[in-house]
Design a protein around this ligand. Structure first.
Ligand code: PXL
Length: 282
């Protein structure tokens, strides 16, 4: 459109390439809500559809989107907005090596300024064994293209090849992932490390910083990882430094966990409106 509306300033934009999680707790839904809450224009290219199964202990039913359809979505998005308008991409759940190679190629061709990789290997409730076939593909195809990576406890161990049992371990592993990838790293201890605080470690060009917040319960909350990486992406799309984006993202997620939503699944869901409701702004 070329009417007067197109003259108004364009909002910062962020694309998530991620899966749908139907209950709205995690995945592309969490990303889009986070982008909107934090003031960026959100866009989705869908990689897969996950439907938890209430008849089967909430196990994941997983349907991949055809590689060509993933490539088509990305083509549509970058056809619509050039790299100046859309310089931030978040990568969420891929689910298979075929998807990783399609997305890897699309990102290599477009080279967005910020590539925030949430290296999703397994979701809440899944066995770690499911992850191993995507592990190598993530490491070889996506990690080298990431400018910012947000591994959880398990993913930090996988990507660094190190055991993580303490804050010192988490810091060393985050530094190792930074060394391997060149990306800024926000490694999440979350509720997995002992102690009263949920501790994450940032390692990047702007240094190493431990981010702390009081633990809210002892159980992981659905959507926390997706929302954290999406909040980082939103802030980077608005010109924040990686460290600044990490700090704001941690506040956003902590407030969202405080305002979590309970349902029938064994895990609650983070609410992206939490920070807004608390009256603060990220
Ligand atoms: O929280 C990780 C995650 C990411 N993306 C999708 C998911 C999940 C976990 O359930 O379903 C689509």
């Amino acid at each position: 459109m070329t009417d007067h509306l197109s003259q108004t300033a364009r909002p910062p934009m962020a694309l998530t390439i991620a899966g749908s999680e139907a209950t709205g707790g995690a995945g592309a839904q969490a990303d889009l809500k986070t982008f909107q809450e934090l003031g960026s224009f959100g866009i989705i290219a869908l990689t897969c559809i996950v439907s938890f199964d209430p008849k089967d202990s909430w196990n994941h039913r997983f349907v991949p989107v055809e590689p060509q359809v993933i490539a088509d979505q990305i083509e549509a998005v970058f056809g619509d907005y050039d790299a100046d308008a859309l310089d931030t991409v978040k990568l969420g759940m891929m689910g298979s090596p075929a998807t990783i190679s399609t997305v890897g190629q699309a990102i290599r061709e477009r080279r967005p300024r910020h590539v925030v990789l949430d290296p999703v290997l397994i979701c809440k409730g899944q066995e770690p064994g499911h992850a191993l076939d995507t592990d190598n593909a993530l490491k070889t195809e996506l990690l080298p293209q990431a400018t910012f990576v947000t591994p959880n406890h398990f993913e930090t161990e996988q990507l660094s090849g190190m055991a993580v049992r303490s804050l010192e371990d988490l810091t060393a592993a985050a530094q190792e992932i930074h060394r391997i990838s060149g990306a800024a790293v926000l490694a999440k201890g979350g509720v997995r490390l002992e102690g009263p605080e949920a501790v994450d470690v940032f390692v990047g060009e702007d240094g190493t910083e431990v981010l702390r917040a009081p633990k809210i319960g002892e159980h992981a909350v659905s959507g926390a990882g997706c929302s954290l990486a999406a909040a980082v992406a939103a802030k980077l799309s608005q010109g924040a430094t990686p460290l600044e984006a990490a700090r704001r993202a941690k506040e956003f997620v902590t407030a969202g966990i405080r305002q979590r939503v309970a349902g029938g699944t064994p895990f609650d869901a983070l609410w992206q409106g939490g920070l807004r409701r608390s009256g603060a702004s990220a």
